[in-house]
Design a protein around this ligand. Sequence first.
Ligand code: NDP
Ligand code: MG
Length: 384
Amino acid sequence: MKKIAILGSTGSIGTQTLEVINNNKNIFKVELLTANSNFKLLANQANKFNPKVVIINDVTWVDELSKLIKNPKIEILHGTESLNNFSKYCDIDLVVTAVVGKSGLLPTVNAINNNVDIALANKETLVVAGRQILDLLKKSKSKLLPVDSEHSAIFQCLNGEKKSNLEKIILTASGGPFRGKDLNFLKSVNKENALNHPNWEMGKKISIDSSSLMNKGLEVIEAKFLFDVDIKDIDVIIHPESIIHSMVQFNDGSIIAQLGEPDMRLPIQYALGYPERLNNSYKRYDFINSGSLNFEKPCYKTFNNLKLAFDAAEKEGNSPCILNAANEVVVSAFLEDKIKFLDMTYIIEESLNKISYIANPNLDQLIETDRLTREYTQEKINKY
Ligand code: NDP
Ligand code: MG
């Protein structure tokens, strides 16, 4: 039995991970679950999967949670300290990092320091501290397995291939709900429009990121670190149907792609089962009856976030960390109707210009960069 922890079990990736586990109860055992504040769902999950430990980040809900959990043997913890040190409370083989934003960074570091394998959904961690995570991984037995569908695709395409033969990574993007629109159109879009993704049902933060193409920008940085490639060797192409999840091109011109229905349970299952491929009965892609597959060039002028992300990836140092922190703050402000859609990218760009650049930051300097950027970005928002 593989012993699994899910950080963020009440979210979109977390609940789909539990579905995959439920379909494979003979090989996976849930040991630890966490949520931010959704104590009702966390309690339901605990009652169904019987983990050793549950952690609720927001202390307000501990008593309510305790009342709902039936098995008195389940240890109930709370707070960020517990989350950040999750692996000390029970024996874990693999953790699924399905929390959102920078909150995934320290739990991921904890997993690496304790040789726990990681199924990484929380891309922000690699954006904030990709180089530092790579360094820590070199000293650890942990495997870092991608859950993001594009990165799972690339990982699968690279199976058995020599890294030196890789010419480029072709990262596909659906284009989100505003594909093909111009700046004038984007001036007046609201959060309901932005949350309405054509192909995927996801948490709010990543849905907004998808609409602004920041998600693809974060994924470019994620790919750079996961596969340790030069940023010039990553191309983004729009593929509205989200059937080809990404491709790799080799030195002989051959391209290998990974295809399938847009269903996050597939990359989740692949990461959980790796190196095995597990059975399932999910919908199969039908080439004959599914219509054509299309490709377009992304417009970097309209979707400035994508350009900002490529630039930050090129500069490296603490630039991706600034990009991420500013983005997390503006996305929250946009969801609270405090700023308009295009203000998000303007404020991120200003933050990137304003916060001091550090070429080789350590983890503490990145945490400080994150704090300063959030402070600066929030001040900007308050003036709107
Ligand atoms: P959701 O918003 O649906 O879920 C987030 C989870 O994290 C919830 O369990 C939430 O708890 C918990 N959480 C939120 N904030 C905090 C915090 N500050 N501290 C501790 N826990 C917290 O997000 P998604 O599942 O959509 O995304 C999770 C990660 O996976 C993101 O990094 C995203 O980019 C990535 N990802 C998601 C995909 C998707 O299809 N959804 C696809 C590819 C990557 P609560 O429910 O109590 O609020
Ligand atoms: Mg993705």
